[in-house]
Design a protein around this ligand. Structure first.
Ligand SMILES: O=C[C@H](O)COP(=O)(O)O
Length: 283
């Protein structure tokens, strides 16, 4: 069997999920805006340090892939390398089988064929609303890796921290560890994987979780992951946006952020990118 080539992950990642918020028209114009050099968001020369990715809904993966191809063709024409790619496209879910009689599901092979590099799995909304289980998420992660894509696995505790901070951290790490272990057991050891630490109680809120709590839980998650041949990145998600990364923020604790609503306006994305670039010394 031919060996699988996986995407290369840089030091830091900023991933944006549009969930089911946008019309197709808004998604495609948003994608164009993200890639427009005039907006100064994607900097191919910084690719080894910082990578952005958009995870639109299934309907708009194809048009976004076409927009990405146009962008990459222009880069090549101007003499800029697109290896490794300067921007990733992702999907919000996939089926654990490659093809078959699975009405309403989406094949990981089809997702890959459209040019996606990342598949988001096990998001709290899929678990709470659609009943996705740890076992299903782990099988989807394996199917994602089998296509040479990177699983982006969402983990996070359900209940907000109580009065004793250390107890809250221990409880959160224990809750996250179950899915982290299930996924790591299901995927090849050399496959890259991204875990998005998203405390369920911090998703869709006005403010993110506290920096100290996130840093402590992420450290615990890194301990559960341990050392492995494949790259592992741990991001934070849950009402993340401008102002969270820089001095006294999450920059030192995590490998990037998973953005939702606070990336809906291009200006918000630009601010977050700038904060990360400044911390990396590439602004
Ligand atoms: O997928 C993204 C996360 O669930 C965060 O979403 P949010 O920033 O809108 O809370």
């Amino acid at each position: 069997m031919a060996s699988i080539t996986y995407p290369v992950l840089p030091e830091k990642l900023l991933l944006i999920s549009l969930k089911m918020y946008f019309t197709p028209e808004r998604t495609t114009s948003y994608m164009r805006a993200l890639l427009d050099p005039a907006n100064e968001i994607v900097h191919p020369q910084n690719r080894d340090k910082l990578l952005l990715a958009l995870i639109p809904d299934f309907l708009t993966i194809w048009p976004c892939a076409e927009i990405l191809k146009e962008y990459e063709n222009k880069l090549v024409a101007s003499g800029t390398s697109i290896s490794p790619p300067p921007f990733f496209l992702g999907a919000q879910d996939c089926m654990w089988e490659e093809y078959g009689a699975y009405t309403g599901e989406v094949s990981p092979a089809a997702i890959k064929s459209l040019g996606c590099s990342i598949v988001e799995l096990g998001h709290a909304e899929r678990r709470a609303i659609f009943g996705e289980t740890d076992d299903q998420t782990a099988r989807k992660a394996a199917a994602t890796c089998a296509q040479g894509m990177v699983p982006l696995v969402c983990v996070g505790e359900i209940t907000a921290p109580g009065a004793v901070a250390s107890e809250a951290v221990g409880q959160a790490v224990a809750e996250c560890a179950v899915l982290v272990r299930a996924v790591l057991a299901a995927i090849p050891a050399d496959a890259p994987v991204i875990f998005a630490y998203e405390p369920v109680w911090a998703i869709g809120k006005p403010k993110p979780a506290g920096v100290d709590h996130v840093a402590a839980v992420v450290e615990g998650i890194r301990g559960v992951i341990g050392s492995r041949p494949g790259a592992a990145r741990v991001l934070y998600g849950g009402s993340a946006g401008p102002g969270l990364w820089g001095a006294g923020g999450l920059g030192k604790a995590v490998d990037g952020m998973f953005l939702g609503r606070f990336a809906h306006e291009i200006e918000g994305v630009r601010k977050v990118v700038r904060e990360v670039e400044e911390s990396l010394g590439v602004a």
